[in-house]
Design a protein around this ligand. Structure first.
Ligand code: FAD
Length: 651
């Protein structure tokens, strides 16, 4: 049997795997990406779109740290929209419709530029772990200090054809493929995605390593043939006239306006001064379901796998199937349907809003009752997929498993749902695995006040999801700070110190940061009618644009985007200062580490529920303990006294 040696093996080429391989190989680790079908690397299993509320912020963060998702989206986006513009900029969410074929091809092209990266076609069926007999130590430095024991250390992976790949770290990013079963009505087919096989071997292997697996479910809507749709019955949904890019490597000019071209997809022509998406821009369409459709769904609900008992696992509550919506919101007479082209050169139209696993005959009936879809031809039926995942209380905030040193998990396998959540974890796992193999220390963690990525991973390790986890702005207590406009100011220096931000990105960032700082200083020093310009911009009635002429006369200029960023920063400053105090208090708790061998059974005054939770999660610090669901500030105070590091001030 063949055998090769790598520093890191990434298992899976979805959004987590692509980002992990990009990060690890660019950081210098000799990396292999093994995927069931390399031509499907970067495939969008469901919606052909990236970003959205909170998810868009995460893509900006991935980009600010040097990841690939923002670049791939800008290069293949066919409609860009900033969501939530009616609210404050803190919760604006950039979203782009992508050409899904070009997106996957672009991810593959970007990966091909990575040094040290080999793409391998195959199924990883086994993980090789050298047992430590319970006496080995974890890789995390403070864990070593804390004396955490592991079952073993990863030494390689074995493919289904017997090939052995030796490695010092492995990142499992198997998405929806582990023991995957697809459902359309009563029909069940093995497979992780339509037309693709399931991965059978790895689940048993993870179980043998002592990891507790769960089973979750997600679903996708039918795809329709474009020429068979009467679009005149739908409302047109154009993109923004001025597309905002995801990547800080691309230019953005707020005042530039795009011209509409009245072609079938009403493509834009955009002046050169703005970010120019390389692909033509398209419109989407908006329609809705009606009571007759809901009646049909109710009449056939016993044939829906979620209701017939055929599917036992939990699906995403926030991304429900149409049958779920009709049952849960029985009083609603209609639900929105967005028709979204899957690409520029394909006939496929994605029906966003009617994800379903009802039988094909019911799907056909309900689609025909949508005005404009009377003659629509279905290219692919909607379906649901059930898959194995690993409950994430078994991983650390570095995404390394507690059981096996050098074994990392990222993406849907940790109970999340969504491309962006997967990509964010993939990047963090790629960075940490590289640090583990090069310095013996997987220690890269982002805090909740630094990034949505920090919120995501902290939530996963302290509150294991009971349903597929997706990001929302409401999950971030510091959301005024975690804006899409300032992801570079929050993270690019961190990305540079990690080594993922290259010279080009760094010099662009440094120029932007310096321009912002210099302009803010000048605003503080320059008075307009006796008031510092800085204070004027704080007032709700003034914007950068409304003051631009006055500022220019006072010698202060900046491009519209920089001006907008400065104005946003100034307007939020007061709120953020208040948040800073809470962050500081929390920071003190993060520094108070709990010894790994700490005996919770002997803590006097700890509630039984708290004791059980702490034994299950083994939190690394008092801060992490406080965020475990079911743990109260009073429990942490008792704990702080017991470990002799307190009494801690618990916010
Ligand atoms: P994936 O994108 O699933 O990629 C997994 C990769 O691992 C694949 O390349 C696969 O070939 C490879 N692989 C798996 N096992 C092995 C192995 N043993 N050896 C080698 N390679 C392996 N998300 C939403 O946010 N909303 C939705 O409504 C939604 N609906 C979905 C519906 C369906 C039917 C599917 C399939 C997915 C849906 N998703 C949805 C989920 C979305 O696709 C995922 O969140 C995202 O793709 C997860 O990324 P990932 O990298 O973790 O895994």
């Amino acid at each position: 049997m063949q055998s090769s040696a790598f520093d890191i093996v990434v298992i899976g080429g979805g959004h987590a795997g692509a980002e992990a391989a990009w990060a690890a190989s660019r950081l210098g680790a000799k990396t292999a990406l093994v995927s069931l079908d390399p031509t499907r690397i970067g495939a969008m299993s469901c919606n052909p779109a990236i970003g959205g509320l909170a998810k868009g912020q995460m893509v900006r963060e991935i980009d600010a740290l040097g990841g690939l998702m923002g670049i791939a989206t800008d290069n293949t986006g066919i409609q860009f929209r900033m969501l939530n513009r009616s609210k404050g900029p803190a919760v604006w969410g950039p979203r782009a419709q992508a050409d899904k074929y070009k997106y996957a091809a672009e991810v593959q092209r970007l990966l091909a530029t990575c040094p040290n990266l080999s793409i391998i076609h195959g199924e990883v069926a086994e993980l090789e772990v050298e047992e430590t007999g319970g006496t080995g130590f974890q890789s995390v430095s403070d864990d070593r200090e804390r004396g955490l024991k592991t079952r073993g250390t990863i030494t390689g992976v074995r493919l289904a054809d017997g090939t052995r790949l030796a490695c010092r770290a492995a990142i499992v990013t198997t998405g929806t493929f582990l023991r995957a079963l697809m459902h359309t009505g009563e029909q069940q087919t093995e497979g992780g995605r339509v037309g693709e096989q399931a991965a059978r071997g790895l689940s048993g292997c993870l179980e043998k390593l002592g990891l507790e697996l769960g089973r979750l479910k997600t679903g996708t809507p039918p795809r329709l043939k474009r020429q068979t749709i009467d679009f005149s019955r739908f409302a047109v949904q154009p993109g923004d006239e001025v597309p905002a890019p995801f990547s800080y490597l691309n230019e953005y000019e707020e005042n530039a306006k795009c011209e509409m071209r009245n072609e079938e997809y009403s493509a834009f022509r955009i002046p050169r001064s703005a970010f120019v998406p390389p692909l033509s821009q398209i419109s989407c369409w908006l329609g809705e379901t009606n009571p007759r459709i809901h009646e049909i769904i109710r009449a056939n609900i016993h044939r829906a796998p979620m209701y017939s008992g055929q599917i036992q696992s939990t699906g995403p509550r926030y991304c429900p199937s149409i049958e779920d919506k009709v049952v849960r919101f029985a009083e609603k007479e209609s639900h929105q349907i967005f028709l979204e082209p899957e690409g520029l050169e394909t006939d496929e139209i994605y029906c966003n809003g009617i994800s379903t696993s009802l039988p094909a005959d019911v799907q056909r009936e309900m689609i025909r009752l949508v005005p404009g879809l009377e003659n629509a031809e279905v290219l692919r039926w909607g379906y649901a997929v059930e898959y194995d995942m690993v409950w994430p209380h078994q991983i650390r905030a570095t995404l390394e498993t507690k059981a096996v040193a050098g074994l990392f998990l990222a993406g849907q396998i940790n109970g999340t749902s969504g491309y962006e959540e997967a990509a964010a974890q993939g990047m963090m796992a790629g960075i940490n695995a590289t640090r583990y193999v090069t310095a013996g220390v997987a220690d890269f963690v982002l805090r909740r006040d630094q990034a949505y990525i920090g919120v995501l991973i902290d939530d996963l390790v302290t509150k294991p999801p009971i349903e597929p986890y997706r990001m929302f702005t409401s999950r971030a207590e510091h959301r005024l700070l975690l804006r899409n406009d300032n992801a570079d100011l929050r993270l690019t220096e961190i990305g540079r110190s990690v080594g993922l931000v290259d010279d080009d990105r760094w010099s662009r960032f440094a120029a932007t940061r310096d321009a912002i700082n210099t302009t803010v200083e000048r605003l503080k020093q320059t008075k307009i009618n006796g008031t510092p310009a800085f204070d004027l911009l704080r007032r709700p009635e003034h914007t950068w644009t409304s003051l631009a002429d006055t500022l220019r006369a006072a010698g202060i200029t900046a491009d519209a985007q920089t001006g907008f960023r400065i104005e946003t920063q100034i307007k939020y400053e007061g709120y953020i200062a208040r948040q800073d105090k809470a962050i500081e208090r929390m920071g003190k708790l993060e520094d108070k580490l709990i010894p790994a061998d700490f005996n919770y059974a002997r803590v006097v005054g700890l509630r039984n529920e708290a004791r059980a939770k702490l034994q299950q999660f083994t939190p690394r610090s008092l801060g992490q303990a406080l965020r475990i669901s079911g743990i109260t500030p009073a429990d942490v105070t008792v704990l702080a006294v017991a470990i002799g590091r307190g009494p801690a001030r618990v916010p």
